[in-house]
Design a binder for this molecule. Structure first.
Ligand code: GLY
Ligand code: MN
Ligand code: MN
Length: 441
């Protein structure tokens, strides 16, 4: 889609900030994603590279962006597929270099076939080359060939870059702190995804298959021009104890829980929501006991997402609440502090409590600085997703808990005033869930 004037301004502001950081001695090269074959001559639905899209808003494959601060003919250059009336009849419209300038704000644009022949022009005389190595094999080769070429001809006065800088470290710190426009998009992705989870709760009943519930969710995403931000997990009963269960093909049984981890992606930004609820609409006592522990961990961990707090706090708090709860209901025996020191809680809670969220579901940005968890700042977005998973047949655990898997995952913005939950549109309290499900019965 062609960006709106407002979006164009946002992309231009991001490029400007990047230029301020790389300076006049630097140049940045950012390749687009390539199409990936699914079956012989058909491709997987195309997904643009997040870094490239963040800076350009350009949605086509086979493109490269060059950002060269202070360049006389313009600092933002796009190389794109050329217009091709015959190919466009088969494969769809292309912006072409003309469209890149007209609709995407490029100062100059060229046919992608011109990238290698022209690259030296952009690199010569720049001391630092900012590029993410190892992500785009095809372009890595072109880049190294070009640098080598400039070195070879340096006798004639050309100067090759001497400093090779990992672009991702600069860019990913930018992406970690979301702008007002990014937060608006994420809020909407979260709101629609929350609606999808509500519809799934209402459609669930014994005898329905997991894939039918997945379809309810995906249909709602589709109706709002959204795709899945990651492979949906729809796991009934003990399937909830398989953390990345994506087969989604079993019948849902009366008396079991259903765990759904699904998030829709809107304009490049994804939600990431998990809810766990009873297939028949009513929690059993054992299910509720486990559920309430996870819910308390979720709520207490969320409160820790405030500016100035260590980003390690949500996991510390969730671990403490979960471990105390596990002792209370007899999953673990001993003193919670000692159990945590020995890592015993990992038998039932084996993953982290959250991750950055944004364009990528496991979004970019460092977690630790100087060996310590970094401090939360406004505009950061993190998931909070404690869980307990009790595999069937676990020795030393009351049988009534076997096969129960619970995760409750919300998406939380670190706002000036503290934690802002963007996924509050789908209930997580026991009574609220039961009430919503009862309304559909
Ligand atoms: N859906 C992936 C995750 O929760 O991390
Ligand atoms: Mn997550
Ligand atoms: Mn998730």
């Amino acid at each position: 889609m062609t960006p709106s004037t407002k979006q164009l301004k946002e992309y231009a502001a991001r490029r400007k900030r990047l230029m301020q950081q790389i300076g006049k001695d630097g140049v940045a090269i950012i390749p687009a994603a390539s199409e990936v074959v699914r079956s012989r001559d058909t491709h997987y639905p195309f997904r643009q590279d997040s870094d490239f899209f963040y800076l350009t808003g350009f949605h086509e494959p086979d493109a490269v962006a060059v950002i060269a601060p202070g360049r006389k003919a313009g600092a933002f250059v796009l190389f794109t597929r050329p217009r091709d009336p015959e190919r466009e009849i088969w494969d769809g419209r292309r912006a072409g270099p003309e469209g890149a300038v007209r609709d995407f704000g490029a100062d100059q644009a060229f046919d992608i076939g011109q990238f290698e022949p022209r690259l030296a022009e952009f690199l010569e005389g720049r001391r630092q080359l900012h590029y993410t190595l190892g992500e785009h094999a095809r372009w890595d080769e072109v880049m190294t060939r070009c640098v080598r070429h400039i070195r070879e001809v340096s006798r004639r006065g050309a100067a090759a870059p001497t400093d090779f800088v990992a672009l991702e470290t600069t860019l990913h710190e930018m992406r970690l702190r979301k702008s007002a426009a990014e937060i608006r998009t994420l809020e909407r992705a979260c709101a629609i995804s929350a609606e999808a989870h509500c519809l799934a709760m209402q459609a669930t009943r014994p005898g329905v298959n997991e894939w039918q519930i997945a379809h309810v969710i995906h249909a709602h995403f589709g109706a709002h021009r959204m795709e899945c931000g990651y492979g949906s997990i729809v796991g009934g009963g003990a399937n909830a104890c398989i953390l990345h269960y994506v087969e989604n093909n079993q019948v849902l049984n009366d008396g079991d829980l259903l765990l759904i981890d699904a998030g829709g992606e809107l304009d490049g930004y994804t939600a990431d929501i998990t809810r766990t609820f009873p297939v028949n609409g009513k929690f059993s006592a054992a299910q509720q006991a486990v559920y309430e522990i996870v819910l308390e961990a979720n709520k207490q961990a969320i409160r820790e997402l405030k500016p100035g707090n260590s980003s390690g706090r949500p996991h510390e708090v969730a671990t403490r609440v979960l471990t105390e709860g596990m002792v209370e209901i007899g999953l673990l025996k001993g003193n919670p502090k000692d159990l945590i020191a020995e890592g015993r809680q990992r038998q039932f809670f084996m993953h982290g409590t959250g991750h950055w969220l944004g364009m990528d579901v496991h979004d970019v940005g460092r977690y630790r600085i100087g060996g310590k968890p970094r401090v939360f700042e406004t505009g950061m977005v993190m998931t909070v997703e404690p869980g307990l998973y009790i595999a069937p047949g676990t020795k030393g655990v009351p049988k009534k808990y076997w096969g129960i898997g619970v995760r409750i995952e919300d998406d939380v913005l670190v706002a000036e005033t503290g934690a802002h939950v963007m996924t509050a549109g789908v209930p997580k309290g026991v009574r609220e869930i039961e009430h919503l499900m009862a309304r559909a019965r």
